[in-house]
Design a protein around this ligand. Sequence first.
Ligand code: NAD
Length: 472
Amino acid sequence: MVKICCIGAGYVGGPTMAVIALKCPEIEVAVVDISLQRIAQWNSESLPIFEPGLDEVVKACRGRNLFFSSDVEKHVAEADIVFVSVNTPTKTRGLGAGKAADLTYWESAARMIADVSRSDKIVVEKSTVPVKTAEAIEKILTHNNKGINFQILSNPEFLAEGTAIDDLFKPDRVLIGGRETPDGQRAVASLKAVYAHWVPEDRILTTNLWSAELSKLAANAFLAQRISSVNAMSALCEATGADVSEVAFAIGKDSRIGPRFLNSSVGFGGSCFQKDILNLVYICECNGLAEVASYWKQVVHINDYQKNRFVKRVVSSMFNTVSGKKIAVLGFAFKKDTGDTRETPAIDVCNGLLGDKALLSIYDPQVSEEQIRRDLAMNKFDWDHPQHLQPLSPTASSNSVRVVWDAYEATKDAHGICILTEWDEFRKLDFRKIYAAMQKPAFVFDGRNIVNVDELRDIGFIVYSIGKPLDP
Ligand code: NAD
C-alpha cells in the first residue's frame, strides 16, 4: 500500500489530502501538524476550517484511509510520498523583510524529513514557494549523506478557498514539475498516478521544476492583477459616471479577455495574493529586474488604494466624520464561504473607520468575535516600510467594536452599513426592515456590488456601490 504523509494540516493540506484519500481508497493518507489543537479539531466533529463539502469528504474516509496526527516524525518516516504544505508567509524582518517568503517552516520540515527518513522518498512542494526553492531543499535533504534517494517535485495548489472541494474534484489543471533525470521522471509518474484516479490525463501537466514553482506565483499575480485592473477602472467610473459592472460586462464579452474575475470590490484579500506578488517582486529585484518588479508592485498598490478610497468615501459621504456614529459592518471574511480573515480588506476598512472614531457593529456568519478582535488589534505590517510598524488601532479592542450574530442586530440604530463580504445571505436581506430601524439619513456602502442600488435608493437609502454612478 502506498503511503502518503502531508506536513501541514491547514487550508491546503487538510482539503487536498481528504480528497486524495476519498479518490484513492487504496492509499493511506496521514495529515500531520505541529499544532495539537488543529489536529484535535480535524479529529472532531467541528473541523478547523469552514469549506463547503469538506465535512462530507472527511467523514467518508477519516479512520478508513485518512488520518490526522501530531506524530509528525512517525508518519513522515513511514511515507513513500511526503507533501509539504506548511505556511510560507511574508518575512517580517531581516533580509527581504516585507517581500520575501519566510521559508522557516519549510526548512524545518525539510530538516526533519532528512533526519527521520530511512527509505527513499518523493518530497512534494505543495506550499507556494519562490522559484528555485527545490534547489535549496535538495541540499537540506541530502546534507547528512545517508544515501537516501530524495526526489523533489513541485505540485503547487490552485484551489480557491470557498470552492476548495469543487476545485479539487474538478481542477482546471494539476501541475507537476520534476527533474529531467530518470529518477525525477519516475517520481513525476508516481505522483501523476495518484491524480490519475480522478483527474483526466489532459489536465495533468508536467513541466520542469522551476516552471512549476514559478507558475504558481505567476497565476496568483495574474489573478490579482485582474482585480486591481477592474478596481482601477472602478475609480475612473465613479469619476466619469460610467458603471463598472457595465464596463466589465462589455469587456468580458471579448473572448480574449473573458468574463471571469472581473468583479470590482473593496479589494482582494486572503493569505496568498499579496504575499505571492510581493514574493514575485522580491525575486525580480534579486534578479536585477527592477522594471518588472515595479510593474507587479502596482497591483498591490492599487489594492491598498482601493481599500483607502473606500474608507475615504464612507467618511466623506457621512458629512466628513464618522466620529461617534454607529456603522454596521456586514462581512469580515476575505470572501464568501470561508471563515478565513487573513489579509481581509475588512481589517483595513474597520481600522480606517475606527481611526475616525466610528462605533462598529460587525457581523459575519463564519468569523468569531475572538478572531475579529484579534485581527483588529494586530499591528498592520507596512510592507513598503517594513521597519515601521504602524501603531495599534487606538480603539480596536475597546467598546468601539461590537460583534453580533445577526445582520438585523448589526444594522439596528446604525447610521451606515458597509458590506465587505459578498455572503449570499446579504443579497436576501429585508432592506425595508433594516431602513426602518436605522438612523436617518441612512447610508449603504457596498464594497462588493451585491445590492440593487435603485431598489435601495427607492427605499430611502443613500447608496454608494463601488464603481457605480454616485447618488444624484
Ligand atoms: P495554514 O497556515 O492554514 O497551514 C499550515 C500548517 O502548517 C499550520 O497548521 C502549521 O501549524 C503547520 N506547520 C508549520 N510548520 C510545520 C512543521 N514543521 N511541521 C508540521 N506542521 C507544520 O496555511 P495554508 O493556507 O494551508 O497554506 C499552506 C501553503 O499553501 C502556503 O504556502 C500557501 O501559500 C499555499 N496555498 C494556500 C492556498 C489557500 O487558499 N490558503 C491556496 C494555494 C496555496
